[in-house]
Design a protein around this ligand. Sequence first.
Ligand SMILES: [Cu+2]
Length: 368
Amino acid sequence: MPSFASKTLLSTLAGAASVAAHGHVSNIVINGVSYQGYDPTSFPYMQNPPIVVGWTAADTDNGFVAPDAFASGDIICHKNATNAKGHAVVAAGDKIFIQWNTWPESHHGPVIDYLASCGSASCETVDKTKLEFFKIDEVGLVDGSSAPGVWGSDQLIANNNSWLVEIPPTIAPGNYVLRHEIIALHSAENADGAQNYPQCFNLQITGTGTATPSGVPGTSLYTPTDPGILVNIYSAPITYTVPGPALISGAVSIAQSSSAITASGTALTGSATAPAAAAATTTSTTNAAAAATSAAAAAGTSTTTTSAAAVVQTSSSSSSAPSSAAAAATTTAAASARPTGCSSGRSRKQPRRHARDMVVARGAEEAN
Ligand SMILES: [Cu+2]
């Protein structure tokens, strides 16, 4: 290839890379109340980062955990993760809306949710290696008739980069870690090419359920050669098996929709039992509004993704709650779209893997 063409290709790829950002969960919404997540791109640089429901992790580049780390602690709740210092209360049977700041279109793959009981320990102090995760939700390949297929990740993008998961109504009350994960498969035809993006949150689940499903340690969820990990999504028709243990009985992967935000919630701290009502933890809007939202959610009503985004913007500019800072930071991060992720301190495989990202991203751009 002539050197001029090579340079042109390289600069094209470099340009595409700058728009291919990975993400993290900026906040979760429970019955209209938004709780801030951990922002790995800004909290590490704050003197006093807020106490949030999301686990602390070292993915400052919004990067991933690779299959060669499936047996390490990093796969549990992302790189060098440590316990969230706060938690949110949710009733069994309620839905949690999990908002990512962004997600790249090229990074197709399954969206999976697990719970793990913290036992008698607070999730704020539990040893993560003792957590045993059971699966409550999974959406893998939705349509494999043409490559690279339609995936859970595509539904997530269509749902304003967010995901709705139901806490199974049968779950016994107690403290749990919610492990939410996207696995990107755009390079998964190569050994060690899949990319796991786990995100963990502390929950106090209330209710009258009695189920205490057994689970597996995070380090036993996957192996590098699972058919759902080492897989080529570029040859249609695609078939796919979501990796990890089977869904527990009673778990339902629900249809995706948005959740309107009516209030900002403050993460609860300590191992105290649930407050009388979640409304007691809100810092803005009226209880009536929250109740109305709960009623709407119960009735299956949902807002459009556009209006949900608008609500986030509004709350970030008008609320004095701790979550407003993170919402603003999230908006900034999304706007600046830093070139990150695939080069997250990884091996020599990165250039090729990154090139695949960029080619795919470029192809998508040119198709538009
Ligand atoms: Cu990537």
